[in-house]
Design a binder for this molecule. Structure first.
Ligand SMILES: *[C@@H]1O[C@H](CO)[C@@H](O)[C@H](O)[C@H]1NC(C)=O
Ligand SMILES: *[C@@H]1O[C@H](CO)[C@@H](O)[C@H](O)[C@H]1NC(C)=O
Ligand SMILES: *[C@@H]1O[C@H](CO)[C@@H](O)[C@H](O)[C@H]1NC(C)=O
Length: 221
């Protein structure tokens, strides 16, 4: 192998290693965003200036907001996403988490997180849970209290409470900003031209209109 080829091969592997990484590695112990310099809500990229670490307190690293369920949506799901916007202590640490509660029969429709793998632990109850891989193979079954399921990064997944009591799930992500796209809303609630949707789904204009009304997040209730 010529030296130039060898260098190119090494450079390619280094490129693969760096581009397969998730969030960037921290370059300091922690970085509590300094509220003086703006809101983390609009700067998930982690480049907000940090508080001087000598001003950090224990309370910056403790979160008390998932003792109870959040507000339930009309699918019977209450999810509290705990990211640096509400828990500044995890900023730049490459992870975040969620508490999800499902009423009996409640569900989290097919969705995916473009930037994170998710591990979900069933704290209470039993759920039908699973994901679909990129060959459209489905991996799903009922998981019970104490069991864990993993949803690989970027793959479609879903949950439904199939027990006779409310379910609580704790999910954790290997990104501080996993991102969330719910399939029904992304497709029917996003303003994609209806002619394309009619063709893609083989539905009539009337049926597409009904789906758009149902999944447009800005619809009047
Ligand atoms: C990250 O967000 C901050 C605040 O919005 C912005 O000033 C900065 O340019 C962003 N950095 C990158 C690399 O996008
Ligand atoms: C952080 O705080 C310490 C102690 O108050 C101080 O000595 C240091 O200069 C501060 N660092 C910065 C970058 O402001
Ligand atoms: C639930 O809704 C109330 C009223 O809109 C709001 O004040 C509260 O912050 C919400 N709770 C959560 C966990 O989002």
């Amino acid at each position: 192998m010529s030296p130039i080829l060898a260098i190119l091969v090494v450079a390619f592997f280094l490129y693969c290693v760096t581009t397969s990484a998730s969030d960037p590695d921290p370059i300091q112990d922690f970085c509590i965003p300094n509220p003086k310099f703006g809101s983390i809500k609009t700067a998930h990229n982690g480049s907000l200036p940090c508080k001087n670490s000598s001003e950090a307190t224990t309370d910056d690293f403790v979160f008390s907001g998932i003792k109870g369920a959040g507000n339930f949506s009309d699918t019977g799901l209450a999810a509290i996403s705990v990211n640096p916007a509400i828990f500044p202590g995890i900023n730049t640490l490459g992870m975040s988490f969620v508490r999800a509660d499902l009423k009996v029969g409640g569900y989290n429709p097919p969705h995916f997180h473009p930037r994170a793998t998710e591990i979900a632990y069933v704290v209470q109850g039993s759920v039908y849970a699973g994901f679909v891989d990129s060959t459209n193979q489905v991996f799903a079954r009922v998981i019970e209290q104490g069991e864990v399921i993993v949803f690989p990064r970027g793959l479609l997944h879903f949950l439904m409470n199939v027990g006779d009591m409310p379910t609580t799930i704790f999910g954790s992500f290997n990104s501080q900003n996993p991102g969330l796209q719910k399939i029904p809303t992304a497709i029917f609630g996003s303003g994609i031209h209806k002619e394309l949707l009619e063709k893609a789904f083989g539905l009539s204009p009337k049926q597409i209109e009904a789906m758009r009304r149902r999944f447009n997040p800005k619809r009047v209730k």
